[in-house]
Design a protein around this ligand. Structure first.
Ligand code: MSP
Length: 501
């Protein structure tokens, strides 16, 4: 059994969760669920990034202390993730003592290895990014991400000797051709490295809301270098070496394209400096846009999960973002598009399949589900659905995985429409058609589980199976022939009630 460690970025606590942060988290959750199904020993981490100037300012604006701001907002993230059935194993907050311990241990190691020194820094700073920019990186004198004015900051800082890591980083990328996916993001990271790396400032004296530098308490670490370390804190770095070595480097980072530089250049170098192997799997997705623009607090275009879940359900929300937004490029969110896909794929296709099968089993088979035909033509479709979905999940392409899975939904519906068992008399011919459809539903409950966990369990139970869809293991559970027949099949409320347009 392999180890699989899934992470999300940890989210800033100045801002409440919205569909952008939810998109990342749902994607990571679906990947973690897939790996659990595939039998990997899986650990899934998310959390909140709580230090830095941005949080201090947000707290001030709300009349709160930084920790009060962090307490409140981290709760909001937990609530949102509960609403979306996010199956995280641990939720890390960077204000926790365990995190201070790990940051101190890792940075002390890097310091002892001679990779950190004291210097003076003056630069143009974007508070929203919590990052310095060079003149050249600005767009019309403003932050290239937020379009906000930058501020000139000057202070004594500790610096990390990033410039000395160019060759090692390039060698690492050479040895790990799929270390960052998609390719365009890998090239972006390589471009940054080849463009020449300057030492980076990693501490601040102008602010006290952060993790103190262990060898100089005048300083706190700059928020990004504290934040990145969360990924090793949560698996026991510096405290429990055995645990740490179990999960590292089995790590799989999912990030947005906005934080490539930190994850694909600075983070690997910092780990090298502390004598730790860089993360070998980083997958970076594009932005979810609303009306062509990135959602942000200042643009007032944020949509929250809580606004959509009452209409679409947690499953409908999850399915939409996994299926509709291919992992990698930017995508535009549209409410109309969400309704259309929900009605087509969930209400009409999957929901209708379950409704039809359970109703006809009730009428023609006395409510007892017949066994499938081992030689059914749908067996091959199911096999292909599994094979293609598994390959797509492995290459972090949830949209393609679901497309492959839904081919089985469509083919099973098509087979029912061709045979029209509702018009047949009870007997072996009806049993043969319905047995195959029930077997498709069983396999679908397994394969769709990463996207629509609630519906999967509902299908599992309605067709009379014991246990839970989430406890099944592929490939065995995806193999044709697992539905035993002779089980009571229940009808019930529509799985995905149609949404009026
Ligand atoms: N705190 C840092 C990350 C530290 S990780 C060690 C941060 N936080 S954030 O709250 O700004 O969230 C960043 C992540 O949220 C992005 O990388 C992305 O995954 C996700 N998204 C935020 N807005 C998004 C969209 N509009 N679209 C897609 N993803 C979005 O950066």
């Amino acid at each position: 059994m392999g180890k699989y460690y899934q992470t999300t970025p940890i989210y800033y606590v100045n801002d409440a969760p919205h569909i952008g942060t939810a998109y990342t988290t749902v994607t990571a959750d679906a990947l973690a669920r897939w790996h659990r199904l595939a039998g990997d020993d899986t650990f899934f981490l998310t959390g909140t990034d709580e230090h830095g100037l941005k949080i201090v300012r947000a707290a001030e604006a709300n009349g709160l202390t930084p920790i009060e701001q962090a307490d409140r907002t981290s709760e909001r993230f937990k609530e949102a993730w509960k609403l979306l059935d996010i199956s995280y194993d641990d939720f890390i907050r960077t204000s926790e003592p365990r995190h201070y311990a790990a940051v101190s241990a890792l940075m002390q190691k890097a310091y002892d290895n001679g990779t950190i020194y004291l210097g003076a820094y003056e630069g143009l700073y974007c508070v929203s990014c919590e990052a310095y920019y060079t003149e050249a990186e600005l767009v019309e004198g403003r932050c290239p991400i937020h379009g906000r004015p930058v501020e000139l900051l000057k202070e004594d800082n500790y610096f990390f000797r990033l410039s000395e890591f160019e060759d090692r980083l390039l060698a690492w990328y050479d040895e790990h051709p799929r270390g960052v996916i998609p390719e365009i993001r890998r090239n972006e990271a390589l471009g940054l490295i080849k463009g020449g790396l300057r030492d980076i400032s990693i501490s601040r004296t102008s602010i006290s809301w952060g993790v103190p530098v262990p060898w100089d308490h005048e300083h706190v670490f700059y928020v990004w270098y504290d934040a990145l370390i969360n990924y090793v804190t949560a698996i026991g770095y510096g405290v429990d070496d055995e645990r740490f070595e179990q999960w590292w480097p089995a790590v799989h980072h999912v990030i947005g394209k906005d934080i490539i530089r930190f994850h694909c250049v600075y983070w690997p170098a910092l780990l090298m400096a502390a004598g730790i192997e860089p993360p070998p799997h980083i997958a970076a997705h594009g932005f979810l846009l609303v009306g062509g623009e990135k959602m942000s607090k200042s643009a007032l275009n944020q949509i929250t999960p809580a606004e959509l879940v009452p209409t679409f359900g947690s499953d409908g929300f999850r399915y939409h973002f996994l299926r509709d937004q291919p992992f990698g490029p930017d995508g535009d969110f549209s409410y109309e598009g969400m309704v259309a896909r929900y009605n087509a794929d969930l209400a009409n296709n999957l929901g209708n399949l379950l409704a039809r099968v359970s109703t006809v089993v009730g009428r023609k088979c006395g409510g007892i589900g017949p066994a499938p035909n081992p030689e059914s033509p749908i067996a091959g479709v199911a096999e292909a659905a599994y094979r293609d979905a598994a390959a797509a999940w492995e290459r972090v392409a949830p949209s393609e995985a679901l497309e492959a899975t839904w081919r089985l939904v469509r083919e099973t519906n098509a087979a029912l429409e061709a045979a029209e068992p509702w018009k047949m008399d009870p007997g072996p011919a009806v049993d043969a058609v319905l047995g195959d459809a029930l077997e498709s539903l069983r396999i679908l409950a397994v394969l769709a589980q990463p996207a629509v966990p609630r519906a999967s369990e509902e299908i599992w139970q309605r067709i009379g199976l014991e246990g839970a869809a989430a406890d099944q293991r592929v490939p065995a559970a995806a193999r044709w022939g697992g539905y035993p027949g002779g089980l009571p099949v229940r009808t019930g409320e529509p799985l995905f009630p149609r949404i009026a347009t």
